[in-house]
Each structure stands twice: as C-alpha cells, then as structure tokens.
Design a protein around this ligand. Structure first.
Ligand code: F6R
Length: 613
C-alpha cells in the first residue's frame, strides 16, 4: 500500500526523503514522488516506476529545501502514471499534498470544486485535497498563523474515507501539517529535525523516539517543535514513545533477502515473544491483562478475527484454547466478520491478530465488536499501531520489524503467543490439570531450539525446490492441526512463487479435489499428530497411486517408504507443532521464488500493510 515520508529540519530534505521511500518500498507501490519547500515556491518531482528513478529526474540535485514530503503510490484511482503520482498541487500551486488511503466521496468533492472553477489534472481521489484546502484558505478572512491549519481542518471535515495526509504550503514555509484517520502515520522526533513515516522501521535509522497520532488529530511541525490539535483545533498533549527496535533490525544483515533473514530470525523472535511471560514455577505473566477468574468464567465464546497468515495463526490458537480452556472459539476472516452481523455480546471475547496493526478490515471488525459490548484484545507486532489503540487490551508479539511482504516470523510468534495465552487462561480458570500446564510450558520454552533444528532442513528443501519450481499446481494436505499448516504453506507458495496451490483437509480429498490429481503433480503433506498418521498416510497413498510426486514434513515415524522426500522436523507437543512444521514450507516457497528469479520480498500486487478495504 502507499507509503508516506516527511522531513523538516536543517539538512537538505530530498536525499532523506528518497532514502525513506526506499525503506518503504517493501509495502508495495507503482510510482513515487517528492515535494520540497524551495525559495521560489513548492517543487514537485515524481514519476511512475521505482523510487530509485527519482535520482535521475532533471533538477532533483538542485533542490535545496529542508522541508519536504514524499510518497510511494499503490494505484487505486487511476493507472500508474506521472500525473497520478503524488505529491499533488492545488491549482494555485500553493499547497502540496501526499495522501494514503481512499477518499470515498471524491467524486462529489471533485464536482463541487469544478463548479467552483477548479481544474483537475489527474484521475486520483487525492487531487481534491489540495484544492479543497485552497478553497477554504481563500474563503478565510482571518489572517493569523493558524490559517493554513484551519483550511486543512475544513478540508478534512469534508472527506469521507481513510487518510494519512501531509501538507506543505508556500504560505507556511517553515512548517508541515499532518493528519490521519484510519490510515497509519507516525512522527519521529530528532534533534532540530522531525520525521514523518507510514511505519516505524523506515525511519528507525534516524530516531527511536516517536509520537503516535490518533484518528482526527493534526500535528503542526517545525524543525524544533511539534504542536498537536484535536478535530476542533484544541491543543492536545502527547507522550513521546521510545521504541526499542534498533536500526539494524530493519536491515538485511548480510542475508540476500529480508524473507530469508526473517525465517532464520525465528528462534530469537520466539524467545522475544516468550520473554518473561513464562516464569519458572510461577503462573504465566501477562502484565497488561490481569484477567480474573470471574471475568474469564463470564466469557462463553471467543472469536479470533484476522486476515491471511494472521488468520491461519488464529486457526491454530483456536485448537489450544478450546482444548485447554473449554471455551468454544470461532475463527473468522475479518472482511467476512465485519459484514455478517456476528452474534457478539458482553460475554464474548474477541481477539484480533494483526502483525502490522494497520489492516483496515481487522480494525473495522474490532470496532464492530466493541460497538456490541464485547471485550476486545489485540495481538500485534507494532507498538502503538492503530489496532492497539482501538482494543481494550493489547499484547505484543515482540518479533522485531518484519519487512518482507510474506509473513514468517510474525506468524510463528503469533501462534506461540496464542498458545501462551491459552495456558494463561487455563491457569486462571483452572480448566486443565497442572500436569498439562507444566508440560505445555516446558514445550513452549524448548521451541526456539526446535526451530533452530527445523532450519537445518534448508539444504534438503532447496534441492526439492530445484526439482519443482516449474510446476503449475501444487497440493498441500494435512489433518487436524496440520491442515492449518497446509493452509499457511499453500498461501506462502502462492504469494511469492506465483504457483497455483490448494490446501485441503486430507480427508476431503476424495470429496472432489482428487479429480485434479494426475501423473507428476506435486502433493506436499504435513503429519505431526500421532493419532492421525495412518489416516493421512492413506490419503497420501491415494495420490501416489495416481502418479503424484510427494513430500512429507513430519515429526513422526512413518510406516510407508514410497514417499519421494520426507523432511523430518523435531517433535513437540501437538498444539505447538505448526510452529516447527511451517519452517520447511517457508523455506520451500522462498527457494522456489529464488529459483524462478522473482522478487521474494516484494511479490507482485501485494502490500505489506493492507490499509484499505
Ligand atoms: C501473508 C501475509 C498476509 C497478512 C495479512 C494480514 O504472508 O503477510 O496474509 O498476514 O495481510 O496482515 P496483518 O497481520 O498485518 O494484519
């Protein structure tokens, strides 16, 4: 999705803006641009294509301004083109604007502005914003230092939809104004300089101190000051947050790609997720929750709501919570949950999982449950992200920044956190034996070492990837908890290798999909539940009989020896096995993508943070 960068300080803004945009590239985009305040007015440099093309634009080296805004665009309204790229100017060239999000009523606003003499040069929804600001600025008869802010405020009152907006103006040459609603934006505080970004990792190398804007809040920045205002332009105070991610966490650190780095970071990411939550011989420690037995006993239903990989993490969490706590759990896709009038009331706990904490559907689903009086709990990786500010409670995965579009370490840390949460609930509710709790805790603490072992399958997986990278279709099979891993393995493969793949509950095979199994097709299976080994093996035999090439990821001793490749992973408690068995499948999609020469970290059409519906 689109990305925003801003700089206001004492240095030349343009190189800082471009380097910030380069760090936002992973979010996905098709065009890029910057705008700076120059002595003779506002500069605009933009084009479709990669951020690095900006370096070649005529005049870019001549820019001297120390205040600027920048943008990577992911086309929604209008094709990728220079005209549609941001920043956009108003007709009088007095206001320059970048915008993330979608203005739903842009058509009406455009008509209104055209009727008032304005001309449009792009097909974007964004171009209404600078012109609306100009419209209100020219109507305001009061001439004081808040005049531009008032114009931005009036324009925002007319906007329906989601936005994170940066504005610079020739009428306020020492300032920048930013505002957000349902779209991410953070403010980084430096020394005699301040930064704006869509996410924290992009500006971590400049600062670790951040202000987080709430919806409908404005900030007016100068190089050494930031003032915050609410929707009515009353001043508000904000706390500065120190983020304990270091800048190198957002670098490749010698790895060829972020995805590979993040796969190999999983043992440590998980150590961070466990943190001090499982003290030896003591109850689980969730400082931010402190749920009482009375409260948890009042919960008669749990929803876990999320999108994509995060939803797959939820499927695995469901199994542990149901088994340890005896509370029914429904896992829902956020974009479905929000439109299907779910039965939710004050006795419902709704858990929302989002790595970025900015996924539009997940946030909307959370707001819906809140409006129905449910208790809401967010699981996120990004401190202060939007979802964490909406939810009643938040727990963090602490996996460190995840830059590759395909989620890997965030997934495993989400699964482990849900398992720790299940143990915590079970302890408070006394819903399972202390022996079970003790075993679960021991298994969780051993997991980082087991993942280290699972990573050793890398060479064998690379060999297999070399054999199948030209395939057109791949099947993933699993039963019980392994079906969830099949779903996640299949999603990873689709995303970054562009191979069509389907995941099926192995028992479903005979009910239709087996018709697609023909000579030479690849079928990948996961077997980690000892009670289901024979059942899944029977299904694998059925595809072998029909000529399939087979790979099985397992921690069990398998009875059959006519499987083509068996990848052994360490044994662990069945609830935790997806955390170990997904590792070879993450590696498989990575190596296939590499073999095909694709951009592993930035797969086509995908964005890291899906901030619009
Ligand atoms: C897949 C992937 C996506 C995300 C989904 C939710 O690798 O990354 O499916 O899991 O877009 O994103 P978050 O967790 O940020 O809400």
């Amino acid at each position: 999705m689109c990305g925003i960068i801003g700089y206001i300080g004492t240095k030349k803004a343009s190189p800082i803006l471009i380097s910030g945009l380069l760090r936002l590239e992973y979010r996905g985009y098709d065009s890029a641009g910057i705008s700076t305040v120059e002595k003779d007015g506002l500069s605009i440099m933009k084009d479709k294509g990669r951020v690095k093309n900006l370096y070649n634009l005529k005049g870019i080296d001549d820019l001297q301004g120390t205040i600027g805004i920048a943008h990577t665009r992911w086309a929604t309204h209008g094709k990728p083109s220079k005209e549609n790229s941001h920043p956009h100017l108003d007709n009088s060239q007095s206001f320059s604007v970048v915008h993330n999000g979608i203005i739903e009523n842009y058509h009406d606003l455009r008509t209104f502005l055209i009727n008032n003499g304005y001309t449009f040069y792009s097909q974007t929804d964004t171009e209404v914003i600078p012109n609306l600001i100009h419209y209100y600025y020219s109507k305001d008869t009061k001439d004081d230092e808040l005049k531009v802010l008032r114009a931005v405020q009036s324009a925002c009152k007319d906007l329906k939809g989601s936005y994170a907006i940066e504005v610079i103006s020739k009428y306020m040459p020492n300032n920048m104004i930013v505002v957000r609603k349902d779209s991410p934006l953070v403010i980084g505080k430096g020394d005699e300089e301040n930064y704006i970004s869509s996410d924290i990792p992009a500006i971590l190398s400049f600062t670790t101190k951040f202000y987080l804007l709430n919806d409908n809040e404005f900030a007016v920045l100068s190089k050494d000051n930031i003032e915050f205002y609410d929707i009515s332009l009353n001043k508000v105070q904000k706390d500065l947050k120190n983020i304990d991610w270091n800048a190198s966490a957002a670098d490749k650190n010698g790895y060829e790609d972020y995805m590979l780095k993040e796969i190999f970071e999983q043992p440590n990411a998980i150590r961070e997720t466990i943190g001090s939550r499982l003290p030896e011989n003591e109850p689980c420690n969730f400082e931010d929750l402190n749920f009482t037995k009375e409260f948890l006993s009042s919960i008669n239903k749990i929803y876990i709501v999320a999108c994509g990989t995060a939803m797959h993490a939820g499927l695995t969490g469901k199994i542990t919570i149901e088994q340890l706590c005896n509370i029914p759990v429904t896992v829902d896709i956020a974009s479905e949950f929000r439109y299907r009038n779910p039965i939710v009331d004050k006795n419902t706990l709704c858990i929302y999982i989002s790595q970025s904490g900015e996924t539009a559907d997940t946030i909307a689903a959370l707001k819906l449950a809140k409006s129905k009086c449910a208790t809401t709990l967010a699981i996120s990786n990004v401190i202060g992200s939007s979802i964490t500010r909406e939810a009643d409670y938040t727990i963090y995965t602490h996996a460190g920044p995840e830059i590759a579009v395909a989620s890997t370490k965030a997934y495993t840390s989400q699964v482990i956190l849900l398992n720790i949460l299940a143990v915590y609930f079970a302890e408070v509710l006394q819903s399972t034996s202390s022996e079970n709790i003790k075993n679960m805790k021991k298994s969780i603490l051993e997991l980082p070492y087991k993942i280290e072992d699972a990573l050793k399958t890398s060479d064998a997986i690379k060999n297999f990837a070399n054999k199948i990278y030209n395939e057109k279709d791949v099947f993933f099979l699993g039963r019980g908890i392994d079906y969830n891993t099949a779903l996640e393995g299949s999603l990873k493969l689709k995303e970054i290798s562009y191979i069509h793949s389907e995941a099926y509950a192995a028992g479903e095979l005979k009910h239709g999909p087996i018709a697609l199994v023909e000579n030479g097709i690849t079928v990948i299976s996961i077997i980690t539940d000892k009670n289901l080994v024979e059942k899944t093996i029977s299904n694998i035999q059925e595809v072998i009989t029909r000529g399939a090439k087979t790979l099985v990821v397992t921690n069990q001793a398998l009875p059959s020896n006519n499987i083509d490749v068996v990848i052994d992973v360490p044994d662990t408690c069945v609830y935790l096995s997806p955390i170990v068995s997904i590792v070879p499948l993450q590696l498989l999609s990575y190596y296939i993508s590499k073999e095909k020469g694709l951009d592993v970290d930035k797969p086509r059409n995908l964005a890291k943070s899906v901030t619009v519906e």
